[in-house]
Design a protein around this ligand. Structure first.
Ligand code: URA
Length: 240
């Protein structure tokens, strides 16, 4: 394992919430360690398959009962759109419409997201529409009463989000709202402080912007303008 592979593996474990890893005391060696070897040999279980695919991730999710959110769900909402997209949008979790249809962002917030993508692209002369991007959520099952997902739910389901992003390998990610920002950046900072600037998830640039549900509230009209600016930045970065 190279140093870079080890770093990525450890970041993956960190994303899953592992804070400490222990070396096994008795790693058998046929010969003494190579002094030129850059890192010690660690024996770690393989959680992230080497050649992953969205189909494999979906199969691994299966009829998931890993957290309490499965109890109230109708359908698992995995993701939709172009699986080779250069741009991935990450929301928080399914609402009532999404839970019924098994598709992300199909309710009122979804209609606004579609308008935002389609209209901004059109105005900016970028030849894409919503089906050209990939859209998914941090948690794949609807939280009761649309409450914010809890940390353990985000941790459990987050591993599938990370695998989805790794499998797609987009040029950029757009995090919609605080939950997506927290899942990707680990930041407990407000969206207002994070939005409009580039951040990184592993090596992939992340733009944080307001969640479309927030923009639907009539007193947040100023935020709407800012979200449009954020989206313009993302679209130009990815498609210019
Ligand atoms: N809000 C989200 O965060 N995701 C959806 O899929 C729908 C609404």
């Amino acid at each position: 394992m190279t140093k870079d592979q080890l770093r990525r593996r450890l970041e993956f474990y960190q994303d899953l919430g592992f804070k400490t890893l222990y070396r096994r005391a008795s790693i058998e060696r046929a010969s003494p360690p190579d002094p030129r070897s850059p890192v010690p040999v660690l024996s770690l279980p393989t959680l992230e398959p080497a050649s992953d695919s969205l189909l494999q991730i979906l199969a691994d999710i299966g009829n998931c009962t890993r957290c309490r959110l499965h109890e109230g769900r109708s359908k698992i909402v995995f993701g939709s759109g172009n699986e080779q997209s250069r741009l991935v949008f990450v929301g928080e979790g399914p609402g009532a419409d999404e839970d019924q249809q098994g598709l992300p962002f199909v309710g009122r917030a979804g209609q606004l997201l579609t308008q935002m993508i389609d209209n901004t692209a059109l105005k900016e002369g970028i030849p894409i529409k919503r089906p050209d991007v990939y859209i998914c959520n941090v948690v794949k099952c609807r939280p009761p009463e649309n409450r914010t997902p809890q940390p353990d739910e985000m941790e459990i389901c987050g591993q599938f989000l990370y695998r989805q992003i790794q499998a797609i390998k987009p040029k950029a990610i757009c995090a919609l709202g605080g939950t997506a920002a927290k899942a990707l950046l680990g930041a407990k900072v407000s969206v207002t402080a994070l939005r409009g600037k580039w951040h990184k998830w592993r090596d992939i640039p992340v733009m944080v912007t307001y969640h479309p549900s927030y923009l639907l509230r009539p007193y947040n009209q100023n935020a709407k303008k800012e979200a449009w600016e954020d989206l313009k930045k993302v679209l130009h970065y990815v498609y210019d």
